[in-house]
Design a binder for this molecule. Structure first.
Ligand code: GLN
Length: 492
């Protein structure tokens, strides 16, 4: 079969179970595509062909023995932020270019237990800091829709791999939009779960109170399959919640669009820098949801102006603390021939970290320093609470909140925006992380240059099933999620 990469996760699951094709066939098909096409997309940092084929054969045996799960034998790509035992985990950084984890992240371990076949590890902005994936030590990844553009970030490798059909789905992480924005830039569906729904154990930390892993795929249905594997309490992550998980696949039709109240924040659609095509596509998608029976309700989110400054204090503050462990002594990059200990620390960190990471460590350390702690860090925490309250008040009168995922479509590679311009691009995603809420991106059309546009739906706590269900119904009634980039149409 030459078109295995066109199949949805459900079709792959059924095909494997019904022995229409084997996991080895499927895995070889993807490995062939990666070998041929990833020289242009550059989404993989590491391809684990040998391990993948061994896992594929084990999957075959499990299917024959009747011990398979719905996903046994289905390939996946993991963001290179999830620790993988025996396989390099870089977080896109020179600092971890030589790092081989002695254990698997919980998300990876759960994937293995479910029988997923790991194709490899995919590119990302260094330590998940960025919106383009250009901040990677391994170089830029291309957007499959236009190879001169970025796939977004920080989970840009995950998005590009799926959009080019170099993996059927992928894991991502979202601290301030890193699942939703690359999904938006690459025409995919991506879910950022509620904080605590997915274990952070073995997921390299950027800003621990904001970080959350989630699925990136072609459709809400595909995401639901992966959520069924990723979600759940983990004793190894004290911030993971002891709450039953839903069956996200079984719940795909659990929430009706008919009667759904969708909040439209006034402030969001007047943001300077909101691209006219993005605005038009998002509004058209809302019109479609209205035609399907939803009610659009104008709401106020008065804290909108505070989002960027609040996030860009809290995230760097936590990053400066998390990244202090990379000292050139315990693990990671070590500078050569240090003259003394201080020289070892200084040079290991200035040679091992890229410019954006260093910028954030400096900002965060400053905000946490004795003289400025109250003025910046504590103040930001208070504003964070107000942002959360703003959302909770809105959810008293609406079921979900709609927004663009990003104010623009994908930037050109090398556009070289200033840090502040770059940070302003996070306006629609970061408040969700500050509040710990779940949110989803769904593709809703294209701009004049044929680059994808995404709609974001934000839900109340633990409403992942509802978000997936609403997008699933939208996708039953539309075909934006079935559009493929030209490179994905190519056969290997
Ligand atoms: N673009 C945001 C940042 O640079 C979000 C990153 C993320 O979610 N990991 O921090």
């Amino acid at each position: 079969m030459t078109d295995l990469h066109r199949l949805s996760i459900r079709e792959l699951s059924e095909g494997l179970a019904g022995a229409k094709f084997s996991s080895r066939e499927l895995t070889e098909h993807y490995l062939k595509r990666i070998a041929k096409l990833d020289t242009q997309v550059k989404s993989y940092v590491t391809v684990t062909a040998e391990q993948a084929l061994a896992q594929a054969d084990a999957a075959y045996a499990a299917i024959k023995a009747g011990t398979a799960t719905a996903l046994t034998g289905v390939p996946i790509a993991h963001k290179d932020i999830f620790c993988t035992q025996g396989i390099k985990t870089t977080a896109g950084s020179k600092m971890l270019d030589n790092f081989i984890s002695p254990y698997d992240a919980t998300v990876v371990a759960k994937g293995k237990a479910a029988g997923l076949v790991t194709l490899g590890k995919v590119n990302m902005d260094e330590f998940a800091m960025g919106s383009t994936s250009e901040n990677s030590f391994y170089g830029a990844t291309a957007n499959p829709w236009n190879l001169g553009h970025v796939p977004g970030g920080s989970s840009g490798g995950s998005a590009a791999a799926v959009a080019a059909d170099l993996a059927p789905f992928a894991t991502g992480t979202d601290t301030g939009g890193s699942i939703r924005q690359p999904a938006s830039f690459c025409g995919l569906t991506g879910l950022k779960p509620s904080y605590g729904r997915v274990s952070r154990f073995g997921m390299i930390a950027y800003a621990s109170s904001l970080d959350q892993g989630g699925p990136m795929a072609r459709s809400a249905e595909d995401c639901a399959y992966l959520m069924n594997v990723m979600a759940g309490h983990d004793a190894k992550d004290s911030t993971s919640i002891e709450k039953d998980v839903d069956d996200y696949v079984a719940n795909l039709n659990g929430t009706l669009v008919q009667g759904l109240r969708i909040g439209i924040p006034k402030q969001y659609f007047n943001v300077a820098g909101l691209d006219a095509d993005v605005k038009a596509r998002v509004e058209e998608s809302l019109k479609k949801l209205e035609d399907m029976g939803a009610t659009l309700v104008e709401i106020d989110l008065n804290m909108t102006e505070a989002y960027v400054p609040t996030y860009y204090l809290i995230a760097p503050a936590e990053a400066s603390s998390n990244l202090s462990r990379y000292d050139g002594v315990r693990y990671g990059y070590r500078a050569e021939n240090p003259v003394d200990l201080m020289d070892l620390y200084k040079r290991s960190r200035s040679e091992g970290f890229g410019a954006e990471v260093q910028r954030r460590i400096l900002i965060g350390t400053y905000a946490l320093s004795a003289g400025y702690y109250d003025a910046y860090y504590v103040k930001a925490q208070k504003v964070r609470r107000l942002i959360q309250q703003d959302f909770l008040k809105a959810f008293e009168s609406v079921d979900v909140i709609a927004a663009p995922s990003a104010p623009t479509t994908a930037y050109k590679i090398g556009a070289n925006l200033s840090p502040v311009e770059m940070y302003l691009g996070d306006i629609y995603t970061i408040a969700v992380n500050l509040a710990g809420l779940p949110a989803i991106n769904a593709p809703v059309g294209f701009d004049k240059d044929n680059l994808p546009v995404g709609l974001q739906l934000i839900g109340n706590y633990w409403s992942e099933s509802q978000l997936l269900s609403v997008v699933h119904q939208y996708q039953q009634a539309t075909d934006w999620h079935t559009k493929r980039a030209a490179i994905a149409e190519e056969n290997a």
